[in-house]
Write a protein of this length. Structure first.
Length: 583
């Protein structure tokens, strides 16, 4: 705060405005005429007889009084702002951890009880924190709105972006379309966020889905000509060739002469490949046996007690969930390790499982354990966060090479990398069967990943620009690629920094097409893993115990729970204060 003309007009400057020290009136324009007019019409009669020295003293006294008043107001507002901010922070944590909105009241109760024991003199400050169910709901709405504004601000800087789409029904059979966005800026900064959750009460045709996607892009003010890729899980209403969403999106891109890359979720395809193994005769027996033990409470208690009596390392047997591919490998491994105890227990209960005594079936079980373990390892690799599409495809290619290698080894009776099968008694001729099954699995992987194979040369240019063959690269980057491969300093830098930092460091005037090509590849989604994660959060939040959660609140919770953006709590508190003052 600086004082000016205090010896004449008793004004000071506060936050860019001229404020009268006598009455507190504000004058927007700092002109001598405006200040003089206010002083003459309002205060001249009272202060006209003061000398210059007396004016200066009076002005200083009035300024000191104003500063004291402002300091008092600031002190009064500070505890209130702290209480409001605390309310926002706790509400944010409630949404991030998928807790019911009513848990805010429980949290406040715990806070007050703790404060009463630790520092009772500050209890009144904690009593001002509002955490009722309705308040938490409003706070979550405000936080989600703030995150959306920040995402919209970031989206304005995107050079290009891609989408990951998936659709599923909640507990009330409302179709929820999740749209995840990955965008990249000129500095190669990547943003990966939930763009929108669109609730669809009626039909979910390709036209309906296209309308929702278009509305989402309009909301974020994203242009279609910046869209470079779309990844889905392959369901018909998304991928239909004639009226599906992707067909309509392709038609839209054709209008603006823009190429669009469509990818089928790499994790989803990897899971589908298991069907060629034809392990139904193994899985059915395992599932039936496990259900006999786990589905009956008495049997389960007795089986656990039986394992404890025999001091078995495994304390229990796993359930198999058909919708979780990863669980199958763990169940098969559990049954393999406990097959002797399971057989003894089932015989005692009069429920004999003859397959456990069949060497052919046990060998098939051992093979299934090893193969599912290998596929589970691949699945876990593909679920890592922050993977680029070329990294995911490299993991799949490595697995395909492993399948060929294992098939060759099995033919030669070398089971070094199939330890469970090696442990089993193998009837004559079975190794040839297992080798054939591994070859069939390799062929299925080759068939299903054609969309990624089509992109292989383009991905190789980005992931290994100094090792790729120039003739195989897209024509628009070939000349720049030759220049790049001839620069030893850039080759050294490529080995020492991350991929994003390397392409960000390339000069725009020297490598415009190569930078653009790298952006288009690095921004692609390799899977719909983010959508699957969000659906898990959705099913946890909107369950049979919380089925009344509205679509708007569900959307807000999903945005908060999946976002890497930190809410601007200061802006939220200021907005809340303005809202309160307006009333």
């Amino acid at each position: 705060m600086s004082c000016f003309q205090k010896d004449k007009y008793f004004f000071t400057e506060v936050k860019g405005e001229a404020v009268c020290l006598i009455c507190g009136a504000k004058v927007a324009v700092f002109k001598d005429y405006n200040l003089n007019r206010h002083y003459t019409t309002k205060h001249e009669e009272k202060y006209r007889n003061l000398s210059d020295e007396e004016r200066a003293k009076e002005s200083e006294a009035l300024l000191q009084k104003l500063q004291t008043q402002q300091g008092l107001l600031t002190k009064l507002h500070a505890p209130r702002n702290a209480a409001v901010r605390t309310s926002f922070v706790i509400s944010h944590k409630i949404a991030r951890n998928s807790k019911p909105f009513s848990d805010g009241e429980f949290v406040k109760e715990c806070l007050l009880d703790s404060v009463a024991l630790i520092c009772p003199e500050t209890k009144s400050a904690f009593e001002n924190i509002s955490l009722s169910r309705r308040t938490v709901a409003r706070r979550i709405e405000d936080i989600a709105g703030n995150l959306e504004l920040q995402l919209k601000s970031r989206a304005a800087d995107f050079d290009c972006f891609s989408l990951a789409l998936d659709e599923s029904c909640d507990i009330r059979d409302t179709a929820q379309l999740l749209i995840f966005l990955r965008g990249i800026t000129a500095e190669f900064q990547i943003t990966e966020e939930l763009a929108a959750m669109r609730s669809m009460k009626g039909t979910t045709t390709g036209q309906d889905l296209f309308r929702e996607v278009n509305a989402c892009l309009d909301m974020l003010e994203l242009k279609w000509d910046k869209l470079v890729g779309v990844t889905t899980d392959g369901c018909p209403n998304l991928t239909g060739k004639n009226v599906g969403l992707l067909k309509r999106m392709q038609d839209k891109m054709t209008e603006i002469v823009q190429k669009l890359t469509f990818l089928h979720c790499i994790i989803h395809q990897e899971v589908l490949c298991k069907t060629v193994l034809k392990m139904k005769h193994v899985v059915d027996v395992v599932t039936k046996t496990v259900n006999f033990i786990r589905a009956r409470a008495l049997n389960h208690r007795q089986f656990v007690a039986f394992l404890e009596e025999n001091e078995i390392e495994h304390g229990d047997i796993r359930y198999h969930c058909t919708v979780r591919w990863l669980s199958l490998g763990k169940v098969l491994k559990s049954v393999w390790d406990l097959r002797g105890q399971i057989q003894d227990f089932c015989v005692d209960k009069g429920h004999d499982v003859p397959e456990l005594s069949d060497e052919d079936w046990v060998a098939d079980l051992g093979f299934a354990v090893d193969v599912t373990a290998l596929m589970n390892q691949l699945n876990v690799k593909l679920q890592s966060k922050g993977l680029f599409v070329h990294e995911m495809y490299s993991a799949v290619k490595a697995f395909m090479r492993k399948l060929q290698f294992l098939s060759s080894q099995v033919k030669d009776n070398n089971l070094t990398h199939l330890p469970t099968l090696k442990e089993a008694k193998r009837p004559e001729g079975h190794l040839q069967k297992y080798s054939t099954m591994l070859e069939a699995l390799h062929a299925e992987f080759s068939r299903r990943f054609q969309d990624f194979k089509t992109l292989e040369s383009e991905m190789h240019v980005v992931s290994s620009p100094f090792n790729c063959i120039v003739d195989d690269a897209p024509s628009e980057v070939q000349m720049e690629l030759i220049e790049l491969q001839s620069d030893m300093l850039l080759a050294e830098r490529f080995r020492s920094v991350s991929l994003l930092d390397f392409y960000s460091s390339l000069k725009k005037e020297n490598f415009p097409h190569l930078r653009r090509h790298a952006q288009k590849i690095l921004v692609l989604f390799g899977s719909t893993y983010h959508c699957e994660q969000a659906f898990s959060v959705m099913k946890f939040n909107k369950s049979k115990h919380r089925s009344s959660v509205t679509d708007d609140h569900l959307s807000a919770v999903l945005r908060i729970a999946t976002s890497d953006i930190q809410p601007d709590f200061c802006a939220l508190v200021q907005a809340q204060n303005r809202l309160d003052y307006s009333h």
